[in-house]
Ligand binder design. Structure first.
Ligand code: ADP
Length: 410
């Protein structure tokens, strides 16, 4: 990093104060809950982490020591953040690749994960093409440029197919099951090209996470089981119940190979489908901390948010060993209660082992506003307790009938 003139702001003071074991400031683009959950570990590691937020009320902006206002797709704003830090990383994958490529070429600020890797989390067609070329297991897929392509693909299936917008999708926005070739005309007009995939008859969804440093040092977390509700991650059990050691190792090796093949730095989440015959297919990739890894904040020696920062700051990685035989995570999705405080108090009182993470977001139906985790020995018991807390917080204590004993009801 070249010498820069002293800046009359708190960040230059923090830069002089030092304290970080190696790499200096890590700028985070985007200020949602993922950025917010990086801030705690950043404080512990002594890493100053300014965030780029579009609104001061965003989840991370509301609590960050240093916030820069600006859009993630505005080059000036991204550059202004980059000028303050040694490394930039992300809360989401929506920063235009051209901006990141220019920054990377100029070399003053490291971009982690780099734009060449990130493209595979930004564009599902690029991801499918590359993983297929590398020989990694994917559902059958087709590139769709016109309704005729979709008709041809449909004729190769049992009459139903999954259509996805290549870019910008999240929480199943941008995923549609179609039975007729004209049912994606609107998306074709909007996006030009679409991804079509066989409708995988999966028995459950799994997720595998890897942390990887720029030099290639990498480690994997236990493979977890995830359950979606209306396309949104809802419940995670770590490790995935009933997945034997050989399958765990095989899937961890697959995720590691993908991280290496794509040269990912930071956290990589590989979302997977498991089928009845035990086959595992890659659904999609995320190159940042991921909802399926939230359990690790309380259930692993090194949580994914700390690990992401260690990886992108090129610090030694922390152990991903589990702290208990089972961890469960249940997302808090906005419901009846607008004020979460009474339910949160009741949930904490009902279960002293409960770990509560609220994101400081206003409540809207179905919106991710927080999560709870529990660690222990018995997944069923932990899930009952986590869902009991969920109901207290989401519905409010008055509306909730609390079971008298664990397992009595859900
Ligand atoms: P997003 O980017 O919005 O998270 P995904 O590609 O992960 O979208 O799809 C969202 C959900 O839709 C998945 O978690 C899964 O439940 C379902 N899904 C996606 N692709 C398929 C498929 N090929 N077959 C069956 N279900 C699918």
């Amino acid at each position: 990093m070249p010498e820069t003139p002293p800046r009359p702001d708190q960040s230059s003071a923090a830069r002089r104060a030092g304290g970080a074991p190696s790499a200096g400031h890590v700028g985070i683009i985007g200020a949602g809950q993922l950025a917010r959950m990086m801030l705690g570990p950043a404080i512990e590691l002594g890493l100053p982490t300014p965030v780029l937020a579009t609104d001061p009320a965003e989840s991370a902006a509301a609590v960050a020591a240093r916030v820069q206002l600006g859009r993630h797709d505005d080059e000036q704003s991204v550059r202004a953040l980059a000028a303050e830090v040694e490394v930039i990383t992300f809360d989401h994958e929506h920063v235009p690749a051209e901006i990141l490529r220019r920054l990377e070429q100029e070399g003053a600020t490291a971009v982690r994960p780099g734009p060449a890797a990130l493209l595979h989390a930004q564009d599902k067609l690029v991801m499918r093409e590359r993983l297929t070329a590398l020989g990694h297991p994917c559902p059958r897929w087709w590139r769709i440029a016109a309704a005729e392509d979709l008709a041809a693909a449909l004729s190769e299936t049992d009459g139903r197919i999954v259509v996805k917008t290549p870019r910008g999708g999240y929480d199943a926005h941008g995923v549609r099951i179609v039975e007729r070739a004209d049912q994606a005309d609107d998306w074709l007009a909007q996006h030009g090209e679409l991804l079509a995939e066989e409708l995988v008859p999966f028995t459950r969804e799994l997720s595998a996470q890897v942390a990887r440093r720029p030099g290639g040092e990498a480690l994997t977390y236990p493979v977890v089981q995830s359950v979606q509700k209306d396309g949104v991650c809802y419940e995670v059990v770590a490790p995935a119940p009933g997945l034997d050691d050989a399958a765990q190792q095989q899937i961890r090796a697959l995720a590691l190979a993908i991280a290496e093949d794509l040269d990912v730095t930071g956290m990589l989440a590989v979302e997977l489908f498991e089928t009845a015959d035990g086959e595992v297919l890659v659904n999609e990739l995320a190159m940042r901390p991921h909802n399926t890894g939230h359990w690790s904040m309380d259930g692993a020696v090194t949580g994914q948010f700390e690990q992401h920062l260690r990886a992108v700051a090129d610090l030694p990685l922390g152990s991903a060993a589990t702290l208990a035989p089972v961890s469960v995570m249940v997302n808090l999705l906005g419901g009846a209660a607008e004020d979460l405080a009474p339910g949160a108090r009741a949930a904490l009182a009902a279960d002293p082992e409960l770990k509560l993470h609220l994101y400081g977001k206003s409540v809207r139906p179905g919106r991710k506003i927080g999560h709870v985790t529990l660690v222990g020995d018995d997944a069923d018991d932990l899930l009952v307790r986590a869902h009991r807390a969920e109901r207290l917080i989401i519905d409010g204590p008055e509306a909730t009938v609390v079971p008298t004993s664990p397992g009595a009801t859900r």
